[in-house]
Write a protein that binds this ligand. Structure first.
Ligand SMILES: O=c1[nH]c(=O)c2ncn([C@@H]3O[C@H](COP(=O)(O)OP(=O)(O)OP(=O)(O)O)[C@@H](O)[C@H]3O)c2[nH]1
Ligand SMILES: [Mg+2]
Length: 189
């Protein structure tokens, strides 16, 4: 199978690092090229947000284009902040996020990676969603990447993503699940 070159458009170098590590273990030969472009993030459903980012990115790239939008939804808050978590992070900082749930017993949260891929401008946009369930906990571990220090995925003895090795996070993460769907799509194309 010929190697496929896909441009991954993201302004987030932590996402890029994880994506490159996940893709390097793909059986389908895919090469990721990075472009750091600040894409518009509209207000809408997670699908609408990802599709709009992909459309805008593909118009600039002019070939196979991949983007992703990551959300973190709190069950006690009906799924909010969801795709808008970035703005809460900017305003509060990750270690303060647990205070949003201080009055709720339910600390359940779902991390979701919504990936959108197109062969180019005007071509169909394919959306793949990977989720990981967990709990919002007091910050623990490095604060290098987003809300990793306050998200403890299920089945990891209460460890936060930030306390896990990159390999262990990639085994179970929302991002790796979305990439697995993308790999299956390429394998069947
Ligand atoms: O702890 C984390 N573990 C993750 O696995 C993860 N993935 C994303 N994020 C953060 O959640 C917001 C998503 O917003 P987002 O999808 O719009 O990303 P972004 O604006 O940083 O980049 P991009 O839109 O250029 O790709 C941003 O604050 C990201 O830092 C994560 N935090
Ligand atoms: Mg963004």
């Amino acid at each position: 199978m010929a190697e496929k070159t896909v441009t991954f458009v993201t302004g987030n170098l932590n996402k890029l690092r994880e994506a490159q590590s996940i893709v390097s273990r793909f059986s389908a030969p895919v090469a990721l090229v990075h472009r750091g472009i600040d894409l518009d993030e509209i207000q809408g459903s997670v699908d609408e947000i990802a599709e709009a980012k992909c459309r805008q990115a593909a118009a600039i790239i002019g070939g196979p284009t991949l983007i992703e939008d990551t959300s973190l939804g709190f069950r006690a808050m009906g799924g909010l902040p969801g795709p808008y978590v970035k703005w809460f992070m900017k305003a509060l900082g990750a270690p303060q996020l647990p205070r949003m749930l201080a009055d709720f017993d339910d600390k359940h949260a779902t991390a979701m990676c919504v990936m959108a891929y197109t062969e180019g401008p005007g071509a169909p946009i394919h959306v793949f969603k990977g989720t990981c369930d967990g709990r919002i906990v007091t910050a623990s571990g490095p604060t290098t990447f987003g809300w990793d220090c306050v998200f403890a995925p299920e089945g990891q003895d209460g460890k936060t993503f930030a306390e896990m090795t990159p390999e262990a996070k990639n085994q179970i993460s929302h991002r790796s699940k979305a990439f697995k769907m993308l790999a299956a799509f390429f394998a069947n194309a």
